[in-house]
Design a protein around this ligand. Sequence first.
Ligand SMILES: O=P(O)(O)O[C@H]1O[C@H](CO)[C@@H](O)[C@H]1O
Ligand SMILES: [Mn+2]
Ligand SMILES: [Mn+2]
Length: 396
Amino acid sequence: MARAFLVVMDSVGIGGAPDVAAYFNGDIPDTGANTVGHIAQQCARGLASVEREGPLKVPHLDGLGLGRAVQLASGAVAPGLGREPKGVWGAATETSTGKDTPSGHWELAGLPVPWTWHHFTQTTKSFPPELIQRVCDLAKVDGILGNCHASGTEIVAEFGEEHMRTGKPICYTSADSVFQIAAHEDSFGLQRLMDLCADLAPFLHRMKVGRVIARPFRGTESAGFKRTGNRRDFAIAPPGPVLTNWVQDAGRRVYAVGKIGDIFSMQGIDQVFKGSDAELMVHLQSLLDTAEEGSLTFANFVEFDSLYGHRRDVSGYACALEWFDVCLGRMLARLQAGDMLLITADHGNDPTWRGTDHTRERVPVLIAGKGVGQLGHIGFRDVAALVAQHLDVPVP
Ligand SMILES: O=P(O)(O)O[C@H]1O[C@H](CO)[C@@H](O)[C@H]1O
Ligand SMILES: [Mn+2]
Ligand SMILES: [Mn+2]
């Protein structure tokens, strides 16, 4: 029997989405955004030199076909990348209309999103009075802070002190279909924040808002505020069976590493491993040794997106790619006969772009364990089919 490891590098897009002109960061279209292409370009120009230097060094990703995939997707050459691939490689295009994490993951798992998400489009006074009232009633407070589009780190710096003083939760959104609540773990209470998000979620899900996200933080105004690792996403459940269900229904085990459990509302998942990306990598490496024959391990590494893409930190993003590449070298050495390792992404988040939102892009599909070859252009949902086929699991 075979095993499959499906790894999503969150936001590692490669440009070239055919429908890009319909997607924006503020009022700037995403046209031309290319996460990997632009990071490689900045590195080659010596403009990504914080805690690293020189051209982007990702020999293992490139050896599986990353550079070629960038070129196929967007026509752009990623400087320093593009060697002769030793894996199976291609570029995937999304059909779902959201450039967000659930849309990307659901479609990668075989289920394009069948509806249009509700977005809070106004950048200030973003939320309807009815929603604000509901937050106030549930949290037993007499108002909220924020009520706008924001970067999560910036809004906590802006309102953290007032939040601690008044007890009002900080509510914000983005270009994604999200309602995010930031609150202090000690003064507001972590469990209270989780309960508030859980109680609000059904109302927002009925509005077709994809996720309510709890964004706990700690610290003080003078020492600075810092978000903790206790973020939790309360996401709409996928509207039908997905890859994880197909695999589980065939009597196989499904392991979720990172946010996968949240993204799929635990649908079709047997066991979850959580933590920082460094901790997730330890879990993934040990699953390479221990996962049963026939199993699927589905992993998401979110820090490319959350720590570097949204923060528009090119050096940080390049460092994260280089770290992942070193780990990939170890993973490749651990693959057993019959294993497939498929590396892909869910959307772009070009750190050289204006704004702080995701960017609409194609994504790489890089496969180890299946010889050498080209997939060319495929759809996101073909990723699910490739994995199911490898595991010999029926695709409904
Ligand atoms: O700026 P932060 O809080 O990291 O938020 C980002 O993370 C959200 C969900 O992944 C996105 O919608 C974007 O708003
Ligand atoms: Mn994502
Ligand atoms: Mn994101």
